[in-house]
Write a protein that binds this ligand. Structure first.
Ligand SMILES: C[S@@+](CC[C@H](N)C(=O)[O-])C[C@H]1O[C@@H](n2cnc3c(N)ncnc32)[C@H](O)[C@@H]1O
Length: 321
């Protein structure tokens, strides 16, 4: 197997995840977003020799690097799958039946893109380095960002940029992007960023606390290309159904749209009604306990040492029935 140099990767909210996922002897752990295996490495270091860890990722490069990082640890199995497709995947069902018939003690989802994806220009996720306009977490399936944009109208592209990027200038930005496409100048990440800068000019010296004007549009297109939010709520609900009583689910989100879905889903499964009016029209079944009630942000020390962690939130819940 070819060895790829491991990029520097700092798992986010690591201590908080270790505190949240209490591992009994012979723990069964499901990691829905294995990435570079940072959380997996720390959880496996805590687990005993009888533990079993199933790591899932849809990115082939991440799976290779995670295996490289975690060596030949026989407790780890790696599955190529998108977590939204996991629940009826034959490989998952066979593993679950053989290794975790009682369900999982811990399930982790560390959502979003990895450092590897963001820092590899050829993957086309970042406006900082020039690369092909791709953005697929699984480059073997689906449409690249360029091809996805080519299938949009002014209106549908603007809607996606507004909905997934919370970008107020979504309409002129969508027009500028499609104009660049029709003029034949939309092949790279820098082409996309330039189209955004035509609407919101980039300040030459970035002021402290001001993000690049392309940030929101890149986030939006990445979410749309990878269908990141589409099945998150359903996937979390499926994950909960695979927890054994007392087992815990830990979810790390990186932006408010994601966190809102995680929060609403976990609260609903904890029997908490957030809809209109004072009481729920029906009694909601309570199958989770929230631990603690709110989200856990990174400590000040972590936020200072690893600035990308600043927007992260961890939410934890325990299966009670
Ligand atoms: C933030 S990284 C995880 C980092 C990991 N916890 C670590 O410590 O190395 C997120 C990973 O989830 C993967 N991912 C994102 N959405 C996914 C999905 N729907 N199904 C499977 N994997 C997904 C990405 O490919 C990426 O490798």
């Amino acid at each position: 197997m070819m060895t790829i140099p491991l990029p520097v990767h700092v798992p986010v909210l690591l201590q908080e995840v270790l505190d949240a996922l209490v591992l009994p002897p012979a723990a069964r752990i499901l990691d829905l977003t294995l990435g570079l295996g940072g959380h997996a490495e720390a959880l496996l270091a805590r687990a005993d020799a009888e533990a079993r860890y199933l790591g899932v990722d849809r990115d082939p490069e991440a799976r290779t690097l995670a295996r490289q990082r975690l060596g030949s640890d026989a407790r780890l199995s790696i599955l190529a799958c998108a977590y939204e497709d996991l629940w009826d995947d034959p490989g998952f069902l066979a593993w679950r039946a053989a290794q975790a018939p009682e369900g999982f003690d811990g399930i982790l989802a560390d959502l979003g893109v990895s450092t590897l994806q963001l820092r590899t220009p050829e993957r086309g996720f970042s406006f900082r380095d020039e690369g092909p306009l791709d953005m697929r977490m699984d480059p073997e399936h689906g449409l690249s960002a360029r091809d996805w944009i080519a299938g949009q109208t002014d209106e549908s592209l603007a809607d996606a940029i507004y909905q997934y990027g919370e970008e107020r200038a979504s309409r002129p930005i969508a027009r500028a992007i499609l104009q660049a496409l029709h003029e034949g100048h939309l092949d790279t990440t820098h082409d996309l960023a330039r189209a955004v800068y035509r609407v919101i000019p980039r300040e030459p010296a970035k002021r402290k606390g001001h993000s690049d004007p392309a940030t929101r549009t890149f986030q939006a297109i990445r979410i749309a290309v990878n269908g990141e939010l589409a099945q998150l709520a359903a996937s979390l609900e499926s994950a909960v159904s695979h927890l054994r009583p007392g087992g815990r689910l830990a979810v790390i989100s990186f932006h408010s749209l994601e966190d809102r879905i995680v929060k609403q889903t976990l609260r609903r499964l904890a029997g908490i009604y957030d809809g209109p009016g004072r009481t729920a029209p029906v009694v909601l079944p309570r199958i989770l306990k929230l631990i603690p009630a709110g989200g856990i942000p990174p400590s000040e020390a972590e936020a200072a040492a690893n600035p990308p962690s600043r927007s992260a939130r961890l939410r934890v819940a325990e299966r009670i029935a």
